[in-house]
Design a protein around this ligand. Structure first.
Ligand code: MTE
Ligand code: CO
Length: 418
């Protein structure tokens, strides 16, 4: 920033003296603080040289910022899930090493030189692409969230897991670089009868999902990069399907085959799994779109308020599979009074959004909730409203409002208000 264009230093200091005085008193450090007066070890000797870490890693002081699983949830880690530490992140982008993982048969270690993508079925020309072939289609960059349909599934019948990492951490938001699925399909020439496609993974599960052609031609991508670098093995290296706004299960990793057909295949992941049992014994099926949802990430059970009364930054994330999030409301008293939160950062289609609510905490207990509004006008429902329609037996597609109780000490807990 050039100095003459920005506000002058005197102006900034003036503003701090007026508006920031109250805030600063709460933050003043005691005179004689050894963190100021003592030379620290890192000030006394030279640090590592430039090549000490050819691939950089976070500071060791950030070692607690990591994916975590819940061991009792699944019988074995190769068919399991871990969770993004959303309470430790800010902005809207999930760092590659922290994206939650969901595998049905572990992480496939694919050699890209031996990886092929086959297009077969109702096409004019069956084609097999190498990775190099795929990279010759026009390339696009898109930021999208991926949410597993089972995110918050353990919370359907009541508050259970104590931390937003576990209740809402089956989500990540990444910039994908790749090619449009429609361009790749055009190269094969989809026959007029081709109305569905089946995406298949190269992992031992050979995971498959049926996808309507309309969606495939709309905004689906075949991605090979995330946040600028190659996909991580956990996320489907060397290629995965990106199905913006739709449930994570459809985003087939290690994508090896796309078959064109004229009806859905009715495979395991769209019949026995990823369907929602209703009270009358029938099940909702093909519930692709992820409804608008939000959660307060700070404070939350893993991120208590440790600073006492006074200026407090409340923050959280919101997203919708149908568009953007123009507005999030926040309540501090379990829904009696709602306040409009401040949105900050990029607002992109089918991408995560960041909200803040800056308030003065009076030290009394809080019942925190957030409520997302999406660009279609849909408003995030309460958990009771969801259960009234869908009954007690659902797991998937729980986008109900989350509540955290914060006590006088600032400790937070997962609760539900009726
Ligand atoms: N693709 C393959 N080939 N194998 C899998 O086990 N899991 C699916 C989907 N794609 C899966 C897959 C599920 S259920 C989800 S939620 C997402 O991948 C998780 O993507 P992530 O591991 O990048 O978070
Ligand atoms: Co999933």
């Amino acid at each position: 920033m050039s100095e003459h264009k920005g506000p002058s230093r005197r102006m900034l200091l003036g503003a701090m003296a007026a508006g920031g005085a109250a805030m600063m008193t709460g933050m003043a450090r005691a005179a004689g603080d050894p963190a100021i007066t003592e030379l620290q070890p890192w000030m006394r000797s030279l640090g590592d040289g430039v090549d000490a870490h050819p691939y950089g890693m976070p500071s060791p002081f950030e070692a607690h910022v990591k994916r975590r699983n819940v061991e009792w949830l699944t019988a074995d880690p190769v068919s399991s899930v871990n969770f993004t530490p959303i309470h430790e992140l800010d902005g809207i982008i999930t760092p590659n090493g922290l994206c939650f993982e969901r595998h049905h048969s572990g992480i496939a270690r694919v050699d890209p030189s031996l990886h092929r993508l086959m297009i077969n079925g109702l096409v004019d020309r069956e084609i097999v692409f190498t990775m190099d072939d795929l990279k010759r289609f026009p390339r696009y960059n898109r930021i999208h969230f991926l949410e597993c349909a089972a995110n918050s599934g353990m919370e359907w019948r009541g508050a259970q897991l104590n931390g937003c990492q576990f209740t809402h951490g089956m989500i990540h938001n990444v910039m994908y670089t790749g090619v449009m699925l429609r361009d790749v399909l055009a190269a094969a020439g989809v026959k007029p009868t081709g109305t569905w496609l089946l995406a298949e993974g190269a992992d031992a599960a050979a995971m498959t999902r049926s996808i309507p052609m309309e969606k495939a031609l709309d905004d689906c991508m075949i991605a090979f990069k995330m946040n600028g670098e190659a996909l991580r093995p956990e996320q489907g290296y060397p290629v995965r399907l990106v199905v913006p706004g739709w449930e994570g299960n459809m985003w087939v990793k290690w994508l090896r085959r796309i078959e064109i057909g004229d009806q859905p295949w009715q495979h395991r992941e769209e019949t026995s799994k990823y369907t929602d049992l209703l009270p009358d014994g029938r099940a909702r099926r093909f519930t692709y779109e992820m409804d608008a949802k939000s959660v307060i990430t700070n404070p939350s059970p893993q991120a208590p308020l440790t600073h006492g009364k006074g200026p407090t930054v409340l923050t959280g994330i919101a997203w919708s599979g149908r568009g953007t999030i123009p507005r999030v409301d926040v309540t501090l008293d379990g829904g009696r009074n709602w306040h409009q939160a401040r949105m900050d950062g990029p607002s992109l289609e089918k991408s995560m959004h960041r909200f803040y609510f800056d308030f003065d905490w009076d030290g009394r207990p809080l019942l925190l909730q957030s409520r997302a509004h999406d660009s279609t006008g849909y408003v995030q429902p309460t958990k009771d409203a969801l259960r009234a329609i869908r009954g007690p037996d659902s797991i998937y597609h729980n986008n109900g409002i989350q509540t955290w109780h914060v006590d006088e000490r600032g400790e937070a807990e997962n609760v539900e208000v009726g």
